[in-house]
Design a binder for this molecule. Structure first.
Ligand SMILES: [Ca+2]
Ligand SMILES: [Ca+2]
Ligand SMILES: [Ca+2]
Length: 423
């Protein structure tokens, strides 16, 4: 408040006085509050940095600009923030200035203060800082993991013609995964009939690629030759994939914890009825894949935290093993019970095969051999159905053996089944 005295005089030598009150409003500088969302991240994680600006007054700020020094998290020394709906900015023109960033792998850990400065066209300035904590990465998993999966193969807008599952070995030792399997269950399903056998080995730091079904003709062929090709058709957006250290189908909606043969499991999409940890991995799409963080090394058994979506990029560095066909599934399955006494036996092979001579042997505890049978093949000679001409007996245990010498380049498989009531 200013008081401006005045005097009045006239020609008759009289005078008067008074004062004029004038309030001069103080000018204030622009100021701001910084935030990071999330405020605690792992290297490789994204975080959205914001500065919420209070404009200067008297006069009101125009031409506000915000920059921050992101050099301590691997960014620019003078990084412009945005208030135009780009670079992660949610709303244009709301005085919230934004920069969305991803913390580079290798960024030093600990609490970071990222200084920011605000300027306006009235040559006033403000400053502050954004606090962001970089967490220490968890130790890599001590087992082979599912490192990437893509279920949109061939679909509308697809990147690639085929679904795929990629495995990674984050350990220092090699794993022989012959006889292991990747198994797929639909998001809300309770069975795991989609089962692909694996062959070969996966050395330290190597990626192993399983090419799977195509939902159409859209997209490019997979750019690298897979280790194994199968025909599981995974959902692009929600489902369950398990890496199992044998080929026996899993059972139940969520066998995690109860089945010690599960090496790794990913439930993705909100509707998946099983996942490591409560939170599912986020839903990928026809044009995005799920990637395990840290190039595949991070497995905290929290699917929601261990995976991110990104453009699919199948990797394969494990050598391709040259092997023959194998048995991928049977009906009845091993240790099946209550199989009809006049059951046929279905054998699914990994690829088309020829069978010759005494390629199978069916031997039952009470009724002996059942090798007098009708044999039919289907699915381009990938599936064989054996229908014995003599029925099995109720309650007896039978063993089916496939002779590798009768099936070209085949391994040996046994099926043990107990025949129960006719169904
Ligand atoms: Ca904004
Ligand atoms: Ca698919
Ligand atoms: Ca896991």
């Amino acid at each position: 408040m200013k008081s401006l005295p005045f005097t009045i005089t006239d020609a008759q030598a009289r005078s008067g006085s008074g004062s004029i009150s004038l309030t001069v409003l103080a000018s204030t500088n622009p100021s701001g509050t910084g935030a990071a969302t999330p405020s605690s991240v792992l290297p490789g994680d994204p975080s959205t940095l914001t500065v919420t600006v209070t404009p200067g007054t008297n006069p009101t700020s125009s031409g506000i600009a915000v920059t921050a020094d992101l050099s301590s998290i691997g960014g620019a020394g003078i990084q412009q923030f945005f208030n135009d709906g780009t670079n992660g900015d949610a709303t244009s023109g709301d005085n919230i200035f934004t920069y969305a960033t991803t913390i580079p792998i290798g960024t030093s850990t600990g609490s970071k203060n990222l200084p920011f400065s605000i300027s306006d066209a009235q040559a006033r300035f403000g400053s502050g800082s954004i606090t962001l904590t970089i967490q220490s990465p968890p130790p890599p998993a001590d087992h082979v993991v599912i490192s990437q999966l893509y279920g949109g193969g061939g679909n509308s807008g697809a990147s690639f013609t085929n679904d795929f599952i990629e495995l990674y070995n984050p350990t220092g030792v090699s794993f022989n995964i012959t006889g292991w399997s990747v198994q797929y269950g639909s998001a809300t399903g309770t069975s795991w009939t989609n089962n692909q056998s694996l062959v070969g080995s996966i050395g330290p730091g190597e990626y192993y690629l399983v090419s799977l079904a195509s939902g159409g003709s859209v997209g490019s062929p997979l750019p690298v030759m897979p280790n194994v090709s199968g025909d599981i058709n995974m959902s692009a957006t929600a489902g369950k994939v398990a890496l199992v250290n044998n080929s026996t189908p899993l059972s139940g909606a969520c066998p995690l914890g109860s089945d010690p043969d599960i090496v790794d499991l990913v439930g993705y999409g909100a509707t998946a009825n099983c996942s490591e940890g409560l939170a599912k991995a986020s839903a990928p799409s026809n044009s995005t894949a799920l990637f395990r963080k840290a190039n595949g090394a991070q497995d905290t058994n929290q699917n929601g935290a261990d995976f991110v979506t990104a453009t699919p990029s199948p990797r394969r560095t494990a050598p391709i093993a040259e092997v023959g066909p194998s048995v991928t599934a049977t009906d009845p399955t091993t240790n099946d019970t209550n199989t009809p006494h006049d059951s046929s036996i279905t054998i699914n092979f990994s690829e088309p095969v020829d069978v010759v001579g005494a390629w199978y042997n069916i031997n039952c505890a009470n009724t002996g051999l059942h090798n007098d049978a009708t044999v039919a093949s289907s699915s381009g000679s990938k599936t064989y159905v054996i229908t014995p001409n003599t029925n099995f007996q109720f309650g007896e245990l039978c063993t089916v053996t496939i002779n590798k010498d009768g099936v070209h380049l085949i391994g040996l498989v046994g099926i043990w089944t107990t025949f129960g009531q006719e169904i």
